[in-house]
Design a protein around this ligand. Sequence first.
Ligand code: BG6
Length: 457
Amino acid sequence: MSQALPTGFLWGNSTSSMQTEGGQKEGGRGPSVYDPRPAGPNNMDWSTTIDEYHRYEEDYDLMQQMGMTCYRFQIGWSRVCPTGDGDFNQAGIDFYRGQIKALIARGITPMICLYHFDMPLALAEKYNGFLSRHVVDAFVRFGKRMVDEFADLVPYWLTFNEQNLYSTSYSRVYAGCLEGGESDAEIFTITNHVMSAHAQVANYLHAHTEAKIGGMLAYEEVYPATSNPLDNQYARQLDEFMNRNLLDVFVRGHYSNEVLTYLANHKIDMDFTEADQAAFDDLYSDYIAFSYYRSDLIDSGLVPVNTSPLRYLDYGNTRNIYTRYNEWNWNIDPRGFRDIMTKVYNAYGLPLFPIENGIGVREPDTTEQIQDDYRIDYHRQHIQAMKDAIFEDGVTVLGYLGWGLIDIPASSGNMDKRYGAVYVNRTNSEVRDLARIPKKSFGWFKQVFASNGADLG
Ligand code: BG6
């Protein structure tokens, strides 16, 4: 046995609504941008997924048996407001109230996220997603209503899942843009619109409730590929443009000086207004939440000259010979996890909250218990790295949530890439009976949670 985590440390699971709920046409839900996406050879359609819409009680029982004390899930915008900016749907609101109460009844603290890339289809078609200020206003209206409905029951809040992904070349996909969204000016505009929406909702929550809210990033550690000083510069710039630019707003109320200088030099207009700055002036964060799966290596020699830092990884990401990779070329790097927690805490001084972590693996198609020792190894190493950040580096960490600990499809819709400690009996092409069968790691997690992180097996 090693040292336990402080009393009250939160252990649990994290998901999105489009990857869990199904119930696409039920309860008055409106379509999101995911609904028209068809099934393919390596992905399901989004109509059923793991049918959480009908099975959340069963899954919450499993979470309780596992000893979880926190569950981060998402309120689907189109379920509670079918067109995104029109009437609210009481049946949708009641559905989420049922989930929250079912969690609390089991001693599991709810954490709500308000957006996980699933833009209401009507807002995508009419306004082109977060390129539009109308969509910012619609999101703020939705967010405020959810705060009014649920903040007395839900102590932890997030607005946007992985907010730094809006500062990448895939920004348009996450932001629900059906046209354009590819130029640097558009990417920075989406970045600013999303940050403005975050700030307005966070300020409202802070002004009217006792609940806590923080920004959330997909934090990938990026190392220089060699000792070439330019590799090091690119790695540092990536951290500045992708992560610190947003952390500076979450914590200090302004964008990074380096990024603002880049925008001025390149005459890039990000549609930044006085009202945005006023919202940032009032903004503060109670914690920094982040997902962590893997690290990257940047080789500046592969990046064409005059490439924007937002796109360095599109060209220069190379393989790290010191780490092992899964089938999807995601590597296993617990040291990167520790390094992120320590450097962000040192720089910003806020509690950290890793709310997604895990390994996607193709597993046997069987209802026998799956012996997923590789998953146990992955989580053991990452929890140990987190403990090193806490006990050796002095970082304050609120909890540790694994990703999709009951199997859900990957973000691409691929059920072959599983993260769970509980097997769900379906494939990409067959829905089957969706039976839930604990894997070997279920028992391991139970022991870790029961010992508050002391017994890592
Ligand atoms: C995060 C997303 O980026 O990574 C999740 O928040 C996603 O939606 C998770 O499922 C793992 O990625 P993937 O592509 O393996 O599902």
